[in-house]
Design a binder for this molecule. Structure first.
Ligand code: G3H
Ligand code: 13P
Ligand code: ZN
Length: 332
């Protein structure tokens, strides 16, 4: 199947009241592990690529791999999404490459740290929506800031999303999906004690904006068994804590539809490879240890697809094209 617009995947998730994981990809093994899980559980899926992933992997090569695999898994709706796009130039570049969805993260200034003013966020986000929508491409914006330690995405202060601002932001920008800040952060070290999220914000924004699809960034659960596996085989990951699965399920119940996850995949992949190296010190065939990483991704994504309620929904709808979406946006 050709790649589908992310808006369609989220619209269907809203109808069925389930969540869809957006999994970060950088390489072939991640891509295959995720698609194996989607095929096995019959789940729609969002593959997302960050700017640094585009820099790490030759961008044309990464997109070519995604397109080849999307055609192979013909019955699975797959969207290709830019994660944390920082400016219009990057958005234009990935749309030319064939992305069906883009995020413009206008919440932070160019330094990737300082919160941007509301008006400036509206300006950059609107500019992207005005460019992307006539091409049929879905747009995600962000309002509020997350904490975090990932490259270039590290707000110096956490600002939760104000539901009144969210309404104005969506009216003024026309975004399809909105990343809200409700207390999560990127990376493995999200909380020092019991996680507490401002789920009431998600609930209110969803009530006010039922046709805008809510996105929860920083949604890794940081499962302790994955951390322990890394540490048992020579790793040194300090005490880490993520968003418990029950909290994500509660958020889905309140209207969150896109669940962004990267860190858990990194943990699963690393633990499996560390274990393999420890148990087979004589092996130096990359396929053997990268294959273990791929299997770990497969197993982990499968469990997310079941936990988020995505499983079984791949065949609920006929896929739309970007041409269909061009008509949709021009009639809006
Ligand atoms: O939200 C950030 C993602 O985890 C992407 O991280 O820029 O290191 O690829 P990255
Ligand atoms: P995690 O670091 O919790 O996996 O979040 C990833 C993310 O939000 C990507 O945009
Ligand atoms: Zn994010």
């Amino acid at each position: 199947m050709a790649l589908v617009p992310m808006r369609q995947i989220l619209e269907e998730a809203e109808k069925g009241k389930y969540g869809v994981g957006a999994y970060n990809v950088n390489n072939m093994e991640q891509l295959q592990g995720i698609l194996w899980a989607a095929e096995e559980t019959k789940s729609p899926v969002i593959l997302q690529v960050s700017k640094t992933a585009l820099e790490y992997t030759d961008k044309e090569l990464l997109v070519a791999m995604v397109k080849v695999i999307a055609n192979k898994y013909n019955d699975i709706p797959i969207a290709l999404h830019l994660d944390h796009g920082s400016n219009l130039e990057l958005v234009k570049e990935v749309i030319d490459l064939g992305f069906t969805s883009v995020m413009i993260d206008g919440s932070l200034e160019k330094d990737g740290k300082t919160p941007r003013s509301f008006d400036d966020n509206v300006r950059v986000t609107k500019e992207v929506a005005e460019y992307a929508h006539p091409l049929g491409v879905t747009v995600e914006g962000e309002l509020g800031t997350l904490g975090g330690i990932e490259d270039g995405i590290a707000a110096s202060e956490v600002i939760l999303t104000d539901p009144d601002d969210a309404k104005r932001f969506v009216e003024e920008t026309g975004v399809d999906a909105l990343a809200i800040a409700i207390g999560t952060s990127h990376g493995a070290y999200k909380f020092k004690a019991t996680p507490k999220l401002a789920l009431d914000i998600a609930e209110k924004v969803h009530q006010d904006l039922p046709n805008v699809f809510l996105v929860m960034h920083g949604s890794s659960s940081v499962p302790q068994d994955l951390v322990e596996e890394i540490n048992a085989y020579g790793g040194k990951v300090a005490k880490a804590m993520g968003v418990p699965i029950e909290v994500i399920q509660e958020a889905i119940g309140l209207g969150v539809r896109k669940i962004n996850i990267d860190t858990d995949g990194r943990l699963a992949f690393t633990g499996a490879i560390r274990k393999y190296f420890h148990e087979h010190p004589e092996v130096f065939d990359q396929r053997k240890y990268l294959g273990k990483g791929r299997e770990a991704i497969h197993k982990w994504v499968k469990s997310k697809m079941i936990d988020f309620g995505t499983a079984g929904h791949a065949h609920d709808y006929q896929p739309l094209t970007l041409e269909d979406m061009k008509k949709f946006y021009s009639n809006r």
